[in-house]
Write a protein that binds this ligand. Structure first.
Ligand SMILES: Nc1nc2c(ncn2[C@@H]2O[C@H](COP(=O)(O)OP(=O)(O)OP(=O)(O)O)[C@@H](O)[C@H]2O)c(=O)[nH]1
Length: 477
């Protein structure tokens, strides 16, 4: 695994080439920059019997501990898993938390609740429930929003929990409804002490099926985050909650809109946030082994058929839709590239874009009887771009491209994941990133005769699909 953080040193843009099996070397640019703060070290992990056939080579930022090798020689990450539960005001976060604490799932959960204001209503709703076991801990952060004023408090609280780690298995953080998850995610990726002790399991976003449209449509002043949009964009998993309050057509519209914003997140529909604990805990959103599954869609998602309620899952990414060109992951298409970005040409039949803002009178009730709900677009500035390209990529070109991309646009790149076919490499190269922090490692080997296709998904603001596609093409060997 490689993890780099560019903000420690302005010149130190991360490079992809550091995890080459058997040939690990420092990132060229980092070494050149000579930046003491971000000096990377190459670590070769031992091959052990019964372990992966691949010898893993890793380059780690000094802030991240080496994985532990257990008695059977398997690499294990013994950090404390953390799930962030986010979602707009009233979307059902507390309802989910209560349901989670009631379920028999075998994990002892420590909860960190963030509540605006001095009266912590949520702790009343959660902490004093009679189902709460003695060993389940609720910690409150009341004096502001996690993503802004109480970040230091969060770090302190995480420190306290490390001291008590024998008493719980998993930390769940419930943000306020107005939190932008980005700074919270970055806390787990870039604060050394936190990254050493905690492994971010993933971001679960609750969506109120009835009201999400109006929150997404809300126009914010320049430079102000639309929290609802950000919460969807950063999600690994989404619960489309309160399905009882909308029609089937509205639900389908909303689901498509969520997928346009975030092509990587799984979406499950629910009432009262009633989902299985496995959907919330054990997400693996930042786990490189799962990135390949998500991006390629080649593996069964283990929990995909295990949760309850009347939902249909969206993590098969659009296979149930009658549009042959939409959403989804590239394995269903012959096209070299396609996009989820707003305004991407292939998605829309309409000659002009229109939005679902409350003021435009368009609404969802204007007769989608033909079920072409997703023929129209929204002008969400945040969207997804999926790219697929056949052929080997040149490693140096990829490095140069990614360096430039992250140097210029890291702020607007919320999350990105990919699987690359690198020339002369026997294995896929898997990577994932959040803004300027990203990591990668060799994945599964290419099979004999298999087409070498690289796939990347970017989620971000004002993404330039054509430029991204051209950039990827420019990396061909
Ligand atoms: N009709 C309906 N109501 C729901 C559903 N899920 C939750 N609610 C209700 O919606 C309200 C808000 O739910 P909460 O769980 O408190 O939402 P929250 O996201 O924690 O809210 P904030 O703390 O304000 O951000 C409560 O009255 C819930 O009982 C649902 O599926 N359908």
């Amino acid at each position: 695994m490689m993890l780099a953080h560019a903000s420690d040193c302005r010149l130190a843009q991360p490079s992809l080439n550091s995890s080459r099996p058997g040939q690990a070397r420092l990132c060229k640019c980092l070494a050149d920059a000579g930046c003491a703060h971000t000096r990377l070290r190459a670590v070769r992990k031992q091959r052990s019997s019964g372990c992966s056939r691949r010898q893993k080579t890793a380059v780690l930022a000094s802030s991240v501990p080496q994985d532990v090798i257990d008695v059977e020689g398997t690499l294990v990450d013994d950090r404390i898993p953390v799930t962030i539960i986010t979602g707009f005001l009233g979307s059902g976060k507390t309802t989910l938390l209560n349901a989670l604490l009631k379920q028999e799932h075998g994990r002892r959960i420590a909860v960190i609740e963030n509540e605006f204001g001095e009266i912590d209503i949520d702790s009343e709703l959660v902490a004093h429930q009679d189902f709460l076991e003695d060993d389940q801990q609720i910690m409150m952060l009341n004096n502001g929003c996690l993503c802004c004023t109480v970040k230091d408090d969060l770090i302190r609280m995480l420190g306290e929990l490390v001291e008590r780690r024998a008493t719980f298995d998993h930390v769940v953080i419930e943000t306020t409804g107005l939190a932008d998850p980005a700074p919270i995610i970055q806390t787990f990726r870039s604060i050394q002490y936190v990254a050493q002790n905690y492994a971010l399991d993933g971001v679960l976003t609750l969506v109120d099926a009835k009201h999400i449209g109006q929150h997404l449509d809300e126009r914010k002043p320049e430079g102000v985050v639309n929290e609802a949009l950000s919460q969807v964009a950063y999600a690994d998993r989404i619960i489309l909650n309160k399905t009882d309050l909308v029609s089937g057509d509205e639900l389908m519209d909303t689901e498509m809109r969520l997928k346009n914003i975030n092509a990587l997140a799984q979406v499950v529909k629910a009432q009262r946030a009633d989902v299985k604990a496995d959907y919330v805990l054990g997400i693996g959103g930042f786990d490189l082994d799962r990135v390949a599954e998500e991006v390629i869609g080649e593996a069964e998602v283990s929990q995909s058929h295990s949760h309850s309620q009347d939902h249909d899952h969206s993590h098969d990414h659009g296979h149930t839709h009658d549009h042959e060109e939409e959403h989804a992951h590239a394995h269903t298409h012959n096209r070299e590239e396609h996009s989820h970005s707003p305004g991407a040409a292939h998605v829309h039949d309409h000659s002009s874009e229109h939005s679902h803002g409350p003021e435009d009178g368009h609404g969802h009730a204007h007769g989608h009887a033909d079920h072409h709900h997703h023929d129209h677009t929204h002008d969400d500035s945040v969207g997804s771009v999926s790219l697929e390209l056949e052929g080997f990529l040149d490693l140096d070109k990829v490095n140069d491209w990614m360096e430039n991309l992250l140097y210029d646009d890291a702020d607007d790149l919320y999350r990105f994941k990919g699987v690359l076919a690198i020339e002369d490499w026997p294995d896929r190269f898997i990577f994932q990133g959040v803004h300027q922090v990203f990591e990668g490692s060799p994945g599964k080997p290419w099979k004999e005769g298999e087409a070498h296709k690289s796939k990347m998904v970017f989620i971000g603001k004002d993404l330039d699909r054509d430029a991204l596609a051209a950039g990827l093409k420019g990396c061909l060997a």
